[in-house]
Design a protein around this ligand. Structure first.
Ligand code: AMP
Ligand code: GLY
Length: 422
């Protein structure tokens, strides 16, 4: 089959890479793709949903996979479904699980899924009253999509009130912040759990751990994610079982009952507190950089997983994973996450090293192809070096061996990815 992937990041590159090794897949298109995805398939400069659906129809593309949340929240799946085209991802209604934190929190409360105690409000007085009952740290969240920046962890009641005031007045996040969630701080360790869902059935992928802070030892500002690894030994069978029974099953059942069955990736942001999984948030797409580690762990053909999920047929799929570990190290540009950096030419050592060639690879993200045909670092997160191994240590060593072969001006990365597991 031919497949279209919507998006332009390392996440979409890694899905494309998995599909490029799948014998059921002939041609891969990316819209818009990046400066490296054209080596895996063809980049399309189309963004309008109906124009994309026209292209899919005309070219007989059997499956479309949506990477990022924005087109999902804007309803790309609804447009494709109306035209009877097979697409992997939730409808706009179901994507509210990520698009609105208030929708998500109220949904969790309605269906008894464990989450931090909270209020949702658009009234400053109500926010103040609730904050007055809490002890710091206190978490204040803008309702809408803020590119991962809409969460403030306040260290005092005053700081929480200030954050609430700035959000509600529209000063900090515009319309996305004119309603807010104020919630209790959860103290535990954080996991990224992904369930591929077809509306009723699901497949849980190996649990991953992201590294959101810029610097080693989880210091510095929050980023989109500086590296991840999977599976993490921090999840045991007991936690997987609790996630199934307390979280995933009631969520899929609840979405069905409320008339918006969930198809696509349910990304469960989990805090494990005293052995119990408590939900921080849902996203409706793969994490980036988690996807870059999960795709190479998939043993079954990627097309089978995505196609069967998109067509409501997961009950008939037998999805298997390699009994291995993957570690991914993000290489970012000089001024990430503060501002854009000057384009910098990427040079990858042309040295054959069997261990690296067979057990490590790059997923390209913020890269562009120059007119000279060379690859340039042009985005915040430039690429992810992924190592695979029989242990986390081995996978980590291989990822960092590959990091050592990649050069561009101002490159920066963490040197401790997966430290919590070692
Ligand atoms: P979110 O966008 O809701 O995932 O929040 C971003 C990050 O803030 C999460 O990945 C957590 O590290 C942190 N966070 C959010 N909510 C809480 C909470 N209630 N307690 C502790 N940390 C939180
Ligand atoms: N890596 C976290 C995210 O994609 O939101």
């Amino acid at each position: 089959m031919d497949v279209l992937i919507i998006g332009s990041g390392g996440r979409e590159y890694s899905i494309g890479l998995a599909l490029s090794k799948d014998e059921n897949v002939e041609k891969i298109y990316f819209a818009p793709g990046n400066g490296a995805t054209d080596a895996l398939g063809e980049n399309l400069a189309i963004s309008d949903f109906n124009a994309l659906a026209d292209f899919v129809e005309k070219n007989g593309i059997e499956l479309t996979i949506v990477g990022p949340e924005a087109p999902l929240v804007e309803g790309i799946v609804d447009v494709f479904k109306e035209r009877n085209l097979t697409i992997f991802g939730p409808t706009a209604k179901a994507a509210q699980l990520e698009g609105s934190k208030i929708f998500m929190k109220n949904f969790l409360a309605r269906h008894g899924v464990p989450t931090a105690k909270y209020i949702e409000t658009n009234s400053l007085q109500e926010a103040y009253d609730f904050i007055n009952t809490m002890t710091a740290p206190i978490v204040v969240k803008a309702d809408g999509l803020c590119g991962g920046k809409g969460v403030i962890i306040a260290q005092s009641q005053d700081e929480a009130k200030q954050a609430a005031g700035e959000m509600l007045s529209g000063n900090s996040f515009g319309d996305a912040g004119t309603s807010i969630v104020v919630e209790e701080f959860l103290d535990g360790y954080e996991l990224s759990v992904f369930a591929i869902c077809d509306g009723k059935d699901y497949v849980v992928l190996p649990a991953a751990q992201d590294h959101k802070r810029l610097l080693n030892n989880d210091q510095g500002p929050n980023t989109g994610g500086m590296g991840a690894y999977a599976p993490t030994p921090l999840v045991n069978d007991d936690i997987y079982a609790k996630l199934d029974e307390r979280v995933i099953k009631p969520t899929l059942k609840g979405m069905q009952e409320e008339g918006m069955p969930f198809t696509g990736v349910l990304f469960i942001g989990v805090m494990v507190v005293n052995g119990d999984p408590i939900i921080l948030e849902y996203n409706v797409r793969f994490g980036d950089p988690e996807c870059e580690e999960l795709m190479p762990l998939l043993k079954s053909p990627a097309s089978e997983l995505f196609y069967k999920a998109a067509t409501g047929d997961l009950a008939n799929a037998k999805i298997e994973f390699h009994d291995k570990y993957a570690v991914g190290v993000v290489m970012a540009s000089k001024d990430y996450p503060y501002k854009n950096s000057e384009p910098a030419e990427i040079i990858i050592d042309d040295i054959y090293h069997e261990e690296i060639n067979e057990n490590a690879h790059i997923s390209f993200a913020g890269v562009s192809r120059g007119e000279d045909g060379k690859l340039y670092a042009t985005g915040g997160r430039v690429l992810v070096c992924v190592g695979i191994g029989d242990s986390i240590k081995e996978a980590q060593q291989r990822a960092y061996m590959l990091v050592g072969q990649v050069h561009y001006a101002g490159k920066q990365c963490r040197t401790d990815i997966a430290y919590q597991a070692l």
